[in-house]
Design a protein around this ligand. Structure first.
Ligand code: NDP
Length: 315
């Protein structure tokens, strides 16, 4: 067993920024960074699944997602953050010190920062692993710019899919919205937005069966579920927008969460319902989901945590 001032669970931009700040506050954080073999709990978070990041301030030439995360990790290490490349298997926050397990290894902490992130739901196709970041994307804000003048497609029929499709029309010449049934789930106002946009073609009753391309997406094999017709759409970009899932299974019944599983933080702060447990990044944000906003909220969590530890020590 080892005891720590603060344990950070998760190591995307939120967790690593929290680690940099708490390390510089002499709190020697232990970062339990996740499991390399996993696609949901991998160290570095979702940026490990992207290629070029062009919108993180300070990198005018852009930077590869994995390199950005490696640099954040180095920065946290430099100030004394310790890393454990494992996945947390159980927590007990019912009393202080808080308890965290990695299988049968037991850790205790005065405070906890939860930054376990979220994952984009995927289609479950074998080719997805190969082409993610190479034409296949889950984030229009991040990658739309790379598809100027090209024909692309978006999968999904919810508000996210329409928001992404609409945004992508700024760059692409045509956006096919692939909807698996004969109706959209999206709100009426968003539906209108899609129907009124000349560049968006809604393709009803259509699912993606396979992706074409070895190291770069060249097309999507789509099937009409009513007629059975199979054809290949010659798209260079495919955006999957079928929803996200926060990584909060570990905290069910422990931390307050919304019906969709996102952790609830007190507005304008990183405080959860348990004093001394803070949350930051995508695990508590389903609106912005950007590396920079996650990093910003990681900074908030570190400052909240540091001040809370001081106030507890003073009593
Ligand atoms: P939703 O769960 O609302 O929609 C998911 C969509 O993806 C549905 O159309 C669903 O189809 C489709 N889908 C699911 N699985 C598959 C699959 N395997 N293959 C093909 N299609 C699939 O998720 P969103 O991310 O769109 O939205 C999440 C929440 O965020 C909602 O509450 C939404 O309102 C909100 N939001 C609001 C925005 C805004 O107001 N500006 C912007 C973005 C999100 P089916 O309908 O058949 O189940």
């Amino acid at each position: 067993m080892s005891h720590h001032h603060v344990i950070v669970i998760g190591s995307g931009p939120a967790g690593l920024t929290a680690a940099i700040y708490t390390a510089r506050a002499n709190l020697a954080p232990l970062v339990i960074e996740g499991e390399p073999s996993s696609t949901s709990d991998q160290p570095g978070g979702q940026l490990m699944l992207t290629t070029e990041v062009e919108n993180f301030p300070g990198f005018p030439e852009g930077i590869m997602g994995p390199e950005l995360m490696m640099r954040m990790r180095e920065q946290a290490s430099r100030f004394g953050a310790e890393f454990l490349t494992e996945k947390v298997t159980r927590v007990d926050f019912s009393a202080r010190p808080f308890q965290v397990w990695v299988r049968d290894q037991h850790y205790t902490a005065d405070s906890i920062i939860v930054s376990t992130g979220a994952q984009s739901l995927m289609l479950g196709l074998e080719a997805e692993g190969r082409l993610l970041g190479h034409g296949l994307s889950t984030c229009a804000t991040c990658d739309g710019f790379f598809f100027r003048g090209q024909e692309i497609a978006v999968v999904g029929g919810g508000d996210s899919a329409i928001e992404e499709a609409t945004f992508l029309t700024k760059f692409a010449t045509k956006v096919s919205l692939l909807v698996r049934r004969d109706a959209l789930r999206a709100s009426k106002v968003m539906q209108e937005r899609a129907f009124n946009n000349d560049k968006i073609e809604v393709v009803w009753n259509t699912v993606v069966d396979d992706l074409v391309g070895t190291d770069k997406l060249e097309g999507a094999v789509v099937r009409n579920v009513q007629t059975g017709e199979v054809r290949t759409l010659p798209v260079t970009g495919l955006f999957v927008a079928i929803g996200h899932r926060p990584n909060t299974d570990l905290f069910k019944g422990v931390l307050d969460m919304e019906d969709n599983g996102y952790l609830i933080t007190r507005p304008g702060s990183s405080y959860t319902n348990i004093d001394g447990v803070f949350a930051c990044g995508d695990v508590q944000d389903h609106t912005y989901r950007q590396a920079i906003t996650a990093a910003g909220s990681g900074c908030m969590a570190a400052i909240d945590c540091e001040r809370w530890l001081e106030s507890v020590a003073a009593h």
